[in-house]
Design a binder for this molecule. Structure first.
Ligand code: SF4
Length: 109
């Protein structure tokens, strides 16, 4: 893990927001992995932990549209409302509050 002492000059570690009470903007994007796994957000992937809460489906089980509108992604977004967000999101400095990404749903309109 990178510490502040590892950085030089004016570089500073990113601030991790304490309050993440609205769905992260980045849950309105997804990435498709080489093996068909579909992950919400696209800021990270650990090959060691495939159950970090951002895995929302698999293209071998259904279409991208079904995954996009499926319960996994809905539950991930709702987890921000009830405070049960995945650990990977708790420690994330990339959180962007809001649902501005809703416009992305035009992809399947
Ligand atoms: S909080 Fe971080 S890991 Fe979670 S969805 Fe947002 S950007 Fe991705």
């Amino acid at each position: 893990m990178i510490e502040q002492s590892d950085l030089r000059g004016v570089m500073k570690l990113a601030h991790i927001p304490k309050h993440k009470s609205s769905p992260c903007f980045r849950t309105y994007s997804c990435m498709v992995m080489w093996n068909g796994a579909v992950r919400a957000c696209n800021c990270r992937f650990s090959f060691k932990d495939k159950t970090d809460g951002l895995l929302i489906g698999d293209l071998t089980d259904g279409s991208l549209e079904e995954i996009w509108y499926g319960t996994s992604l809905t539950q991930l977004r709702e987890s921000f409302l009830d405070g049960s967000i995945p650990e990977v999101c708790k420690s994330c400095a990339w959180y962007v509050p809001g649902d501005h990404g809703r416009d992305h749903q035009y992809l399947f309109a």
